[in-house]
Design a protein around this ligand. Structure first.
Ligand SMILES: [Fe+2]
Ligand SMILES: [Fe+2]
Length: 288
């Protein structure tokens, strides 16, 4: 294998691999308007139950202490009744996203099996924690964007593994960020690929924008606050060593984003403490 492959040829292969991803389940987009118009429980339940795999995972995630709290949730109906509207939607979108991460070991990024999924869920939980501390509304969009921010890695991992030496050479010789070296060698980075996948799945525009700038929110032309929220959540989760992998420590310091959002070091500590608890409370779901 050549040290410097032809990017156009490789890019074609990468894009073909991305096209093979199954469509994103539309259950979440079907349930949302039903919840908004306070549709009968049976109607909401019927939409979720249409997909038995998602139903099982919605139930499993609802039962984790982070969501169930003091309620005993033993059925989908219980989950719909006891979780708040926002949490129900979060649980559904989490269940919908899991299939793209599950069972894959993103070896190219030096992550163990399940670690990228754990990183995705932890980042999503972190956007919720930070958003609540900052008094932000509509955390669902941020939660979804965070859950899918590294979705490009699920496809690129295999290519990163194959061309890891070439990527590493660029990082060392030209002092590039991992993301830039990834783009230079493969013709696309995981951030850009995430945007293409988001478009393929017809995800909301704001979600796609945040995925596309999660490493560089200051360059975002729209939805900058959303991209910034995902960025800080990703940085803090990586700082805890959850799915940091090979590229987590090679990013330049962009702490101006933290300052812009009004996140002091004291608030950061509180968010990190909250996340440790949230991750502990969801671990049963993540490992089941
Ligand atoms: Fe990333
Ligand atoms: Fe990440």
């Amino acid at each position: 294998m050549s040290l410097y492959p032809s990017p156009s040829l490789l890019l074609h292969e990468v894009l073909e691999a991305a096209k093979k991803l199954p469509p994103f389940p539309d259950v979440v987009w079907k349930v949302m308007p039903l919840i908004q118009k306070t549709a009968p429980l049976g109607e909401i339940e019927a939409v979720i139950k249409y997909d038995p795999v998602i139903t099982a995972r919605v139930l499993a995630f609802s039962q984790s202490p982070h969501f169930s709290r003091r309620h005993s949730i033993s059925s989908l109906r219980d989950a719909i009744v006891f979780l708040g509207e926002q949490q129900l939607i979060q649980v559904i979108v989490t269940a919908c996203s899991e299939r793209y991460y599950a069972g894959k070991t993103p070896v190219g990024y030096d992550l163990r099996e399940g670690e990228l999924w754990e990183h995705a869920v932890a980042t999503a939980l972190m956007t919720e924690i930070v958003g609540k501390h900052l008094g932000l509304g509509d955390l669902f969009t941020a939660y979804t964007a965070a859950l899918l921010h590294d979705i490009g890695k699920t496809v690129l991992s295999h290519f990163v593994e194959s061309y890891f030496d070439s990527i590493l050479t660029l990082i060392k010789k030209k002092r590039m960020r991992f993301l830039d070296a990834e783009r230079e060698i493969l013709g696309i980075d995981h951030q850009q690929l995430g945007v293409l996948i988001g478009e393929q799945w017809q995800l909301p525009r704001e979600v796609i924008a945040a995925v596309g700038y999660h490493h560089s929110p200051q360059q975002a032309e729209s939805n900058r606050d959303l991209a910034s929220l995902v960025y800080v959540a990703d940085r803090m989760v990586s700082a805890l060593g959850i799915g940091c992998g090979v590229d987590g420590f090679l990013q330049p310091n962009q702490d101006a984003v933290f300052a812009e959002l009004g996140i002091s070091s004291d608030l950061m500590d509180r968010c990190l403490a909250d996340l440790v608890e949230a991750v502990r409370e969801t671990r049963t779901f993540l490992t089941s």
